[in-house]
Design a protein around this ligand. Structure first.
Ligand code: THU
Length: 129
C-alpha cells in the first residue's frame, strides 16, 4: 500500500480514539512486510496509567495475526507529535528498519525516519543471542 493511502487510514483511525482525558487523539496505520494493514488509536482510561497508545494497539493486533515484520507505521496527531519512548521500544522489538511517518491532522508529514533513528542503541532481542 502506498504511503498516501496509509496516511489517510491513520487519519481515519484517529477519529476512533477514546481519549476523553487528554483530548489528544492519535491514530496509527501499520503496514506489514507482507502487505497487511492494521489500524490503531489511543484508548484511555479513568485510571490514567492504563492508557494504551495508538502505535501499540496497531502493533499488538498485528502480532495476534502472526505478523512480526513491519514496513511502515504512520502516526497521526493534531500537531505531528512523535511516538513516546515506550512505543519506540515496542517498535524496536520487531523492526528496527521500519519507517515511522509522523503526520499532523491535515496529513502533512512532520517527520520521517526509521525506528533505529528514533531509538539509537536500542535494546532488542539480539541482546539475548
Ligand atoms: N499517545 C499515543 O497514542 N501515542 C504516542 O506515541 C504518544 C501519546 C497518547 C497517549 C494518551 O492517550 C495521549 O496520547 C496523550 O498522552
Amino acid at each position: 500500500m502506498e504511503k498516501a493511502d496509509l496516511i489517510k487510514l491513520a487519519l481515519s483511525a484517529r477519529q476512533k480514539t477514546y481519549s476523553p482525558y487528554s483530548n489528544y487523539a492519535v491514530g496509527a496505520a501499520l503496514l506489514t512486510k507482507s502487505g497487511a494493514v492494521y489500524l490503531g488509536a489511543n484508548v484511555e482510561n479513568a485510571s490514567y496509567g492504563l492508557t494504551i497508545c495508538a502505535e501499540r494497539t496497531a502493533i499488538f493486533q498485528a502480532i495476534l495475526d502472526g505478523h512480526r515484520d513491519f514496513e511502515r507505521i504512520v502516526v497521526a496527531t493534531r500537531d505531528g507529535g512523535s511516538p513516546c519512548g515506550p512505543c519506540r521500544q515496542v517498535m524496536a522489538e520487531f523492526s528496527l528498519d521500519m519507517i515511522v511517518t509522523i503526520v499532523n491532522e491535515k496529513g502533512e508529514i512532520a517527520a520521517e525516519g526509521t525506528v533505529l533513528e528514533l531509538l539509537p542503541y536500542a535494546f532488542t532481542p539480539k541482546n539475548f543471542e
